[in-house]
Design a protein around this ligand. Structure first.
Ligand code: ADP
Length: 262
């Protein structure tokens, strides 16, 4: 059996997934700092510690994410688009469209029945509609982003957040708070705006079920619900959704080495 690792160095977090015999046997997640090379090493070490395995047991390491070239100890470096497609297909084999919302970008990736990329659309020009946007707006409401998931439940009159620029949206949120608006209505307005922008990206590649939602923002239940309401059907979300890029990278390495290590 071959133990493989995928290390995904994103704009916000470093993730590692260890795979063996088709199972995720270890994982790690930590914020990235300024020294990405060290973050990458730590990500692998922490995943190994969780799995109770040794570094020498790992047959191949594949780096992905915007910091993939900082995974100096890896054998391969591949783009996150392909890794998200592969990882989403692994978790949900009937995936046709992946929506990945990470810290600083949003991607819609059309996937074929084998988990290969057919087409993709991406917004990485500004933080509008990304995790960073939600982090800032959550803070303006006095919450951590991990607390706002269920908070929009019970919203009655969602506000309209007109600014797409993070800085202006933050002051818009602050002014709604000052005017005594219900935080649930403010959050519902934020989710509606992000989902609308995500849908236009998805429409550029074609919306077709099953849709798999990945990246840290998929941990936000309010976002999942809002997306499902707009699509009119359920989307796939896994507890491993933030690790999808790392899982895809590990699978890529496995495919490349299968011939020599099996
Ligand atoms: P990247 O790969 O670009 O580093 P991630 O996919 O790790 O980004 O996503 C990071 C974002 O996920 C954060 O900016 C935050 O908004 C969101 N996030 C992380 N954890 C949670 C959580 N528990 N609940 C809601 N949102 C979360």
């Amino acid at each position: 059996m071959t133990l493989v690792a995928g290390v995904d160095i994103g704009s916000t977090t470093a993730k590692c997934a260890l795979l063996e015999a088709g199972e995720v046997v270890g994982k790690s997640l930590a914020p990235v700092g300024v020294e990405l090379v060290k973050d990458a090493e730590r990500a692998l070490e922490q995943a190994l510690a969780e799995a109770g395995r040794e570094r020498r047991e790992v047959a191949v390491v594949t780096g992905t994410g915007y910091g993939r070239f900082k995974v100096k100890f890896g054998q391969f470096a591949v783009t996150e688009i392909g890794c998200h497609a592969k990882g989403a297909h692994y978790l949900f084999p009937a995936t046709h469209l992946v929506l990945d919302i990470g810290g600083q970008d949003t991607k819609a990736i059309k996937v074929d029945a084998q988990g290969e990329v057919v087409d993709f659309a991406m917004n990485d020009k500004c933080a509008a509609g990304t995790g960073r946007f939600l982090d800032v707006c959550a803070a303006a409401l006095g919450y951590d982003v991990s607390e706002i998931g269920t908070l929009s439940q019970g919203a009655r009159r969602p506000v309209k957040v007109t600014n797409t620029c993070t800085v202006f949206a933050e002051s818009e949120v602050t002014s709604y708070v000052a005017r005594g608006k219900d935080p649930r209505d403010i959050l519902a307005g934020l989710y509606a705006g992000i989902v609308s922008r995500s849908l236009s990206l998805m429409q550029r590649v074609g919306v077709e079920p099953e849709v798999t939602f990945t990246g840290g923002v998929s941990k936000n239940e309010g976002m999942v619900r809002t997306l499902e309401q707009r699509l009119g059907f359920k989307v796939n979300v896994s507890p491993l959704s933030q690790y999808v890029g790392a899982i895809g990278a590990a699978l890529y390495g496995l495919e490349r080495t299968e011939g020599t290590s099996a």
